[in-house]
Design a protein. Sequence first.
Length: 158
Amino acid sequence: MWRFERKLFAANPYRTDFGRVCGVPLLYRTLVNRRVKIALQPERQVAHYFAWWYWLFRLHFRYGHEVCSVRRIDPECPNQWIRRAAVFEPLVSMVWHMPFDVPRWFRFSALVILSARRRWLVFPLPFVMSRAARAAEMAGMYATLLSPNTVRRWAQSV
């Protein structure tokens, strides 16, 4: 198994040919195609703090731009069928991804060893946060469809 070490990144360079913000999904695709095993290791916990305004209006709005752009750049990007929704693509993408957030929360919370009771007590918060994040992503996708160059320049700056 590869570790995220220098030799891994030397063998699989981070692509910036389509801009800084699209590099991560393309790197991930490269690693998957080369059959690099990627696994969450809960014993290596890291805490990140994002101000709510940054998390919602910068991070997830930019992520909407990235997803919209990567679907057009990478033909191997999953769920290419969503592009066929044309002007409704951001809405369809949001509705398609929201049901997956609930099982992800329960898998993640089990991995970080939260008790079942605490998972259910805390669940309303991740549920609301998921909806807010997906709405910000949808707004980022619509902004990208309406003004791709402006949003790309903005995304490169944050």
